[in-house]
Design a protein around this ligand. Sequence first.
Ligand code: GLC
Length: 703
Amino acid sequence: MRTRRTLRTASLAVAFLASAWLAGCGPTKPVKHPWTPKDPQGPAGPETAREVDRDDWWREARFGLFVHWGLYALTEGRWGERDNYGEWIRDSAPIPAAEYRALAQRFDARGFEPRAWARLAREAGMRYVVFTAKHHDGFCLFNSEHTEFDSQGSAAERDLTLEVVEAFRSEGLRVGLYYSILDWDHPDYLPRRAWDDRPAEDADFLRYEAYLRAQVKELLTRYGAIDLLWFDGQWEGTWSHASGLALHELCRELRPAILVNNRVDKGRAEDGSTTPGFAGDFATPEQVIPGAPLEGPWETCLTMNRHWGWNAADAEWKSARELVQTLIDVASKGGNLLLNVGPRGDGSFPPEAVERLQQIGAWMAQNAESIRSTTASPIGSFPWGRATWKAREKGGTLYLHVFEWPDNGVLRVPGIGNRDNLRVRVLAEPTLKPRMQAEDDGLALHLPLRDTAPNQLSITFAIEIGEEPIFHRAPLVYAPSDVFVDPIEVRIASGSPKLRVRYTLDGSEPTTSSLLYQGPFELTTSAELRVRSFQDGRPVGPVTQRRFVREELRMPVEPANLEPGLWLRREARELSALPPLGTEPSGAPEAASAIAIDAAADRAKLWMRWEGFLEIPKSGVWRFALRSDDGSRLALGRSVIVDNDGLHGVQIKEGAAALAAGLHPVTIEWFNATGTADVHLAVAPPGGDFGPAPAELFRRFKR
Ligand code: GLC
C-alpha cells in the first residue's frame, strides 16, 4: 500500500464529481442484444423505424479517435537489431520485466497535451475517443488502487486517463476507454509466455479476474459517465464465455448506458462480427473494411501507418485521400471508423498524424453532413465512388461521394427510381451546377469536363429527394427459416411502396406476368423463390433468390441407458479437411459435457469428434451454428446439417433441421491444423434466438 494514495483520492473525488456533472447522465432504457436474427416476422414496411437506442450517439458520430499510448512508446518501436515493433514490444522483443518496468521512470508525459488532442479530434470531425487505459503490457495510464504499475507510480506521477477524459469532454466529445484482458505483467495472469521465468504454479487466474473486474469498476465509477469500453485480448485460452458475459454485465450494471465492444466475450469471428449468443454491442473489424455491411452495429479500427503504438521507423503513412475515402467507404456500409494515433513517448502526437487529422478536418468542415448521422447506401456502391443516405420524414438526401471524376463528364447513378421532386447540390463546390437527367434505371449527372475532381480527397453531390424515395435494390425476403414443417409465412419488402414486386416459386425469372406480391403469403411446399421489383412495367434492380425446403419431422430414436454428456475422441493428425463422415479418431473415449477445447491441450494438428444424442425438448425447426478455426461439421445421423469444413480462419456456418421431440444421434467434429484454435456450437430452438448450446441438450451411452 502506498500512503500517498489517501491524499490523492480526496482531490480526485472532487474532480470525479465535476466530471460526472459535466457529462450528465446517459439514457438508462435497457435495450435488447443488438444481434437480431434474420428478422423472423419481417418489417411492417420497407424500413422499420429504429427505436432510440443507447448507441444512437455512436451511430450518429460515425468517426472516432483511437489512441494507443503507453510505456512501449518510449522504445519508439526499436529493440536490439530490430526497429519494427509496436505496442507488442514487451512480448515480441521480448524485453525483460525489470527493464520494461524501468521505462515507467522515464514516462514523464512532458509533451502530453490532451486538450490539443481533443481539439484536433473535434476539428477532424471526430465525435468520440477511445484511449488505452491499459494495454497488454499491464501498465495502467490511470491511478489504480490495485497496482503500483500505473501512471501515478511513473515519472508522470498523475492520472493521465483523468486528464484525457476531462479534455475530451470539455471539447464535447464522448469518451471510451480501451482495457486489455490480456496482461503480461500481472503475477496471476495465465497463460504464461515462454519468455517469462516467474513460476506459474503460484499464479491464480481467478485472482487476476478479480483484479481486472476491480479495475473496470475503478474506470466506470471514478470518471463520471464513461460512454464506451473497448476490451481486447479475449482470444486467450484462459478467457471464457462465462467471464465475458459476466464482464459485460458488470459494465452495464455500473453504467447502464455504456457501449461495450464484442471483444469482451469469445464471440468475435474473423471478420470482426459477433457470433450469435455472445456479448458485445458492436462488431470490431480490425484493419479491414468489410465488403458488405455487417449485421448489426460495427466499427472498423485502423492505423494511420502500420503500427498502433508509436514506431519512429514506420514511414508508411496513408494519405489523407486514402483516409477520407476509407471513412466514406465505411459510412457507406453503415459502420464507424475508429482511426488511430500512436503518440510519441513524451505524449505528443507525431506531426504526420497531426497533418492528416487537419487535412481530414478541412474536408469534414465542408462535407461532414454526408458522413455524420447517415446510414448505409440503399443502392450499393459505384465504380466511381460510394453513397450514404439520410432519411427524412418525407424523402431524404442521397450523398454521392465521387472518388474518380468521370472522363466523359457523365456520372451514372443507377438504382434511383424517382423522377420528380429532385434537386442536386454539390457540397463545398457551389459553382458546380450539374444537369440531372433521368435514365432507364436511374439518373445521370452531367458534369463539366475536366481531368481531375475539384476536390482531390472526394467530392460530394447531394441529391435531395423531396418525396417517397424509390430505390431499385434487391427485394428483402423475410421468413422464419429456410427449412419448415408447418406452412410458413413469407413477407417481401422492396425499395419502395411505389414499386410492384413480382415473384415466381419455381426458380424461373420473374416477368410482368409473374405473381404480384400483395402482402404476406403462405408457403406449403418446397419452393425456389425469385423476386424482382418493377417500375412502370420494367424490371428494375437485382433479383433476390431463396430456397425453401419443406421437411418431414425427423423421428427420434429410443436408445436405453443414457447419461448426460457426450463421448469425445481425439487424434493428433495433420488434416486439411475432416475425414469422411463416420470415421473415428483413434483416441479412447473421454467424457465431455460441452463442445469445447481444453485450455491445456496441445491444439496444433488435432482432430476432435464428439458423439452422442441431442435431447430435443420440442418438435419443430432447430437451427445450429458452428463457429470454428479450422473446419467443423455437425451431423444428425448420416445427414450433415452444418458444413463448416476446410482450412480457414474463424468462420460461422448455419444449418437447420426439422426434429421431432426426443433423442437424435449427433456427431460434432472439428480439426485444427496450426494457429488459432476455436470451436463453438450455438443452437436456436423453433422460433427462438441463437444461444450457446446448453449442456442439458447432450446425452451419451453409459459405459
Ligand atoms: C490487436 C492488438 C492490439 C491493438 C488492437 C487494436 O488486437 O493486439 O495491440 O491494440 O488490435 O484493435
